[in-house]
Unconditional design. Structure first.
Length: 493
């Protein structure tokens, strides 16, 4: 029986080859995938893209001094949260639909939220838990309990440390990095801000110290240590290496947003912020943008800002301009003096979650027919974009770039949101695309846009149509689209 089957297969293959050479039929079972267009994401970066939305928590000495940047001479006695509860942070983040929490383990004033053995300027000399507490340990446990990842912010600038500016401080910084990355389980992201040097306490010297931002920290080797301690970590700074700042603190990426970046032109604290929002079409490395923004005007908690929590409309706009523009959203929650996410912030987060859930639950493209103007082979058919599986994707043959996909709703359908995703494992390729809808028998253009990347979400005018067409107008190579979703949001924007 087996021999018979094999015989039949051999015959079929022979027939196929013969037919193909005579150009009678197309046997496309073994068409290779499109060649990758570099630079490509690492597997850590692919995981990072999937996270999309997570919390920043600024909570540290500044919470108690009511300022944004402490000078470094603050007494550890001042750090005294009354109800610190990292499980509340984690529960709120989880219910908000976030995937992780990144905490300011050490901000520019140098106070450490863990009992570092390399300084006295930490929780161990505070009244909180009589000096026996460790916020990082508590957060790690809470994140684990709620299925969240944990990331850590370790400010390179340290206005407390007597040796800041000298080579000894780099040893100190690396010792702290080792403590944080080896004692608390998995850390998914190391967050390195760009503020470097200036006036400070510096062990009582009270002076101004400036450093050469490109050479002082020897970032290449410092980041290599981070990778040695946490092989799956991604490091964020103005220019990566793995994740880049978006160039503003409003939470917005530009509409054209390339994950590739000419990385050598940037370093932490050395960045042309205008370029960071767009990346580079001819970038040399995969360095996607992370969009950081606070839910309030300040990064740290200030009672005076209790009534300045961003509105639902503002938060939605941020979401669409970050997650919807090929970036991840890092939304800051200024934990208050009790050590809790404030009620007003919780309310705003839950309103946002509710609206996003209402919008992105009923995918109007599910189960609809989809066709393509060109298909590379049957395993790259248009069906791959509607099957809910991001590993299957539509691709054209190598010579075809301008090409389109058409979704047939079979009846008049009202929508105003479109989600598009490229199969980025093969690189970010699309440079320009157009969206059209078939309205009363005519195709009308709804949008003409540029990049897609990991995810692009378009807010379209409310449209009633029977078909939706997406035309790739230009790309670095044949397009690879892994997912399309269509929704009707009831709220504006
Ligand atoms: C900046 C810092 O100077 C701010 O205080 C804040 O931490 C922001 C997220 O990063 O570099």
């Amino acid at each position: 029986m087996k021999a018979q089957t094999n015989g039949y297969r051999d015959f079929a293959r022979l027939f196929c080859l013969l037919a193909l050479s005579l150009q009678i039929i197309s046997c496309d079972k073994d068409v290779p995938p499109p060649a990758p267009v570099g630079p490509l994401p690492s597997s850590q970066q692919l995981d990072w893209h999937e996270m999309e939305y997570y919390a920043f928590v600024h909570f540290n000495m500044n919470t108690f001094t009511d300022i944004e940047w402490g000078l470094g001479g603050e007494s550890p006695e001042l750090f005294n949260p009354t109800e610190l509860d990292t499980r509340q942070w984690a529960r709120v983040a989880k219910e908000a639909g976030m995937k992780a929490i990144i905490l300011t383990a050490k901000h520019h004033d140098g106070f450490c939220l863990w009992p570092s053995e390399f300084t006295e300027h930490s929780v161990k000399n505070s009244p909180w838990k009589n000096g026996a507490g460790d916020v990082i340990k508590e957060l790690a446990a809470a994140c684990k309990e709620y299925g969240l990842k944990m990331g850590l912010y370790l400010s390179p600038w340290d206005r407390n440390h007597a040796e800041y500016g000298k080579p000894e401080y780099i040893t100190y910084y690396r010792n702290q990095l080792k403590e944080l990355l080896t004692n608390y389980g998995e850390v998914f992201e190391l967050w390195v801000d760009g503020a470097n040097g200036g006036d400070g306490y510096y062990g009582g010297a009270n002076e101004t110290r400036n450093v050469d931002r490109t050479t002082y920290y020897d970032w290449e080797n410092t980041f290599a240590l981070a990778r040695e301690y946490q092989p799956r970590i991604v490091t964020f700074s103005d220019g990566g290496p793995e994740v880049r700042w978006v160039g503003n603190e409003n939470g917005f990426a530009n509409a054209t947003n390339w994950a590739p970046l000419r990385r050598a032109e940037f370093a932490p604290g050395v960045a042309d912020s205008k370029q960071l929002g767009t990346g580079h079409e001819d970038g040399t490395h995969w360095v996607p943008a992370e969009c950081d923004v606070s839910i309030r005007p300040g990064w740290y908690y200030h009672e005076s800002q209790d009534d300045k929590v961003k509105s639902l409309e503002h938060l939605l706009d941020i979401y669409y301009k970050s997650v919807g523009r090929n970036g991840n959203l890092l939304l800051n929650l200024p934990v208050d003096r009790r050590g809790l996410v404030h009620e007003n912030d919780v309310k705003a987060l839950m309103e946002l979650r509710k609206t996003l859930d209402q919008t992105f639950t009923n995918n109007l493209a599910t189960g609809k027919r989809i066709s393509a103007s060109n298909t590379r082979g049957s395993q790259y058919s248009a069906d791959g974009v509607l099957d809910g599986d991001k590993t299957t994707y539509w691709a054209t043959d190598d010579k075809t770039i301008e090409s389109s996909l058409e979704i047939d709703f079979e009846e008049e359908t009202t929508f105003n949101r479109l989600v598009l995703q490229e199969y980025i494992a093969l690189g970010q390729r699309v440079k320009a695309f157009r969206v059209e809808a078939l309205i009363d028998g005519d195709y009308q253009t709804l949008a003409t846009e540029t990049t897609i990347g990991y995810k692009r979400i378009l807010r379209l005018p409310e449209t009633k149509a029977t078909k939706l067409k997406i035309t790739i107008l230009d790309a670095k190579a044949s397009p690879t689209i892994s997912n399309i979703e269509v929704y009707k949001a009831s709220t504006e924007p």
